[in-house]
Design a protein around this ligand. Structure first.
Ligand code: BYC
Ligand code: FE
Ligand code: FE
Length: 478
């Protein structure tokens, strides 16, 4: 049951060959996906051998197989976590009833929208990261980038399978559109704002995988609770791949800080810029930017959409079916929000269901804080007084209650003039971006690392750090 069938054109554990119509639909989408990958995937590395992991089973442990593959030969496919016997609706109005194997007509539109929104982010992130291989700080990091990229490609497959399988013609049209929209395009952008922002350097990449992929973890976990069982099982398996993306981000920033500390100690006046390091305050500004845009991805604080998704059993809370919550109907409680009224924040209680975006976001914030604590432990170890801090929820927002208001990172509302005057203290300035860009010189020699980042503590899959994680095709110059 747990093994993936690799003899089919599309690797899968859903017995695809027994459903000829679905198989044909997916096989006709596949070449378009590959065209998209060659066009919008990592630029310049499609002929090289990358040491990648591929899913060979869907059991929680032992699903990963490591080997050298060229990215276009990666076995993208359809892998669902095996069904649980007699699973029941875990929350909302239909709590306790059997889960659904098909899409109920009354929630079809909402479900399709959630699946399309989720699916759209996956190719978007690959597009955003397209050029990063050109400036990788090591072969180890280059390989991690490509691992993340191929898995985001597979996450798109996961959502396209659900659309093709359960939504008929309009599902197939939505699947086509996933390959048409482009990150940052004026006419046909990706759906959510964060996925239209450029990721031009590795500091931004590490912040993105730390904060934005982590939104992915929480959104996927919320969908893994869904009463629509094929969606729940698809997203559950996506979560097993997601852990590595978060690891890349969290340890990436940790290694940057580690290196910065070393350079500070070696340099008079702790002037790390003069020796090509990334100053802590600059890291803080990147954190401010990527954390706040990732908070936007949880949607509005007070959301009638979120209330109906919960009521209808479409999208639950983090670990809804564990012991975390006693009340899975959530018709009783309230949630306290701080709404801006005439320049002040006034507390207001909203019905709990309307605040489900916040409940999910709260779990996310705690997870981010745990990661930041680990970063700060590095600074402390080097006796450095400053620390990285997550900005207040009001800062830098484009969605929700605080959208486009001039809050500073501590949560103080400034005048627009004061904010504009101090913006370069809060967010990466043009000069910051140019400086970081100037550090982005590729290092492709096994075991060597760019000056601005420390090596990791260990390599991939038990291999040493100096392992040749990418073998370049001799005909291609990098
Ligand atoms: N940008 O009632 P609200 C990942 C819109 S990341 C633009 O709160 P809702 C990954 C909203 O559409 C996880 N527009 O909305 C990470 C609505 O529009 P309408 C992705 C936004 O629906 C890294 C209006 O504002 N997964 O997997 O409750 C690499 C009112 O808002 C935004 C999902 O997002 C925004 N940020 O909440 C690769 C899960 N936020 O109806 C992958 C599926 C809100 O007024 N999506 N709006 O026109 C959802 O569950 C929900 O759509 C959202 C938004 C939580 C995103
Ligand atoms: Fe993903
Ligand atoms: Fe991811």
């Amino acid at each position: 049951m747990g093994n993936v069938n690799y003899s089919d054109k599309i690797p899968n554990n859903v017995n695809l060959s027994s459903d000829r119509k679905l198989q044909r639909a997916l096989e006709s989408w596949q070449p378009n996906f590959l065209d998209w990958w060659m066009d919008m995937g990592p630029l310049g590395f499609q002929q090289d051998q990358i040491y990648l992991r591929t899913a060979i089973s869907v059991e929680t442990d032992g699903w990963a197989h490591f080997d050298y593959v060229k990215m276009p030969d990666y076995r993208w496919g359809i892998f669902l976590t095996p069904p649980k016997n007699s699973r029941t609706v875990a929350f909302g109005d239909d709590y306790g009833k059997p889960v659904w194997d098909k899409v109920p007509g009354n929630v079809r539109k909402e479900l399709r929208r959630i699946i399309v929104t989720q699916g759209d982010t996956e190719p978007a992130s690959v597009e955003q990261q397209k050029l990063l291989g050109k400036t990788a700080p090591s072969l180890y990091d280059l390989r991690n980038l490509f691992q993340v990229n191929v898995e985001e490609g597979r996450h798109l497959w996961a959502m396209v399978y659900v659309l093709h399988s359960f939504f008929g013609r309009d599902g197939r049209e939505e699947a086509e559109d996933m390959l048409v929209r482009r990150s940052g395009d004026d006419d046909s952008p990706r759906i959510l704002d964060t996925f239209n922002k450029p990721i031009d350097d590795w500091l931004a990449f590490f912040c993105f995988t730390m904060f934005t992929d982590r939104d992915g973890k929480y959104q996927l976990a919320a969908l893994a609770e869904s009463s629509f069982d094929p969606l729940a099982r698809s997203t559950q398996f996506m979560l097993t791949e997601e852990a590595h993306h978060l690891f890349v981000g969290e340890t990436g920033i940790r290694r940057v800080l580690e290196r910065t500390c070393q350079l500070m100690q070696e340099t008079p006046n702790e002037d790390v810029r003069s020796v090509g390091g990334i100053p802590i305050d600059l890291v803080q500004r990147y954190v401010n930017e990527w954390y706040s845009t990732s908070l936007d991805l949880f949607g509005a604080e007070d959301s009638s959409n979120a209330a109906s998704y919960f009521a209808q059993g479409l999208k639950g809370r983090f670990r809804e079916s564990s012991k975390r919550y006693d009340d899975h109907v959530a018709l009783k409680g309230t949630y306290r929000l701080r709404k801006p009224v005439n320049g002040k924040l006034e507390e207001e209680d909203v019905p709990l269901r309307r605040a489900m975006n916040m409940v999910l976001r709260q779990a996310y914030i705690e997870d981010c804080e745990r990661g930041v604590l680990k970063w700060n432990a590095i600074l402390k170890k080097h006796s450095i007084k400053s620390a990285i801090k997550l900005p207040a929820e009001q800062f830098g927002r484009s969605q929700g209650l605080y959208a486009n208001m001039p809050f500073d990172p501590s949560g103080q509302l400034l005048t627009q003039e004061a904010y504009d005057a101090r913006k370069d203290e809060f967010l990466p300035s043009t000069e910051d971006l140019e400086y970081v860009q100037s550090l982005m010189q590729p290092v492709y020699e096994p075991g060597k690392f760019a000056n601005w980042i420390a090596p990791p503590t260990r390599g991939i899959n038990g291999h040493p750090i100096e392992y040749r994680y990418v073998k370049f095709d001799e005909h291609v110059r990098h």
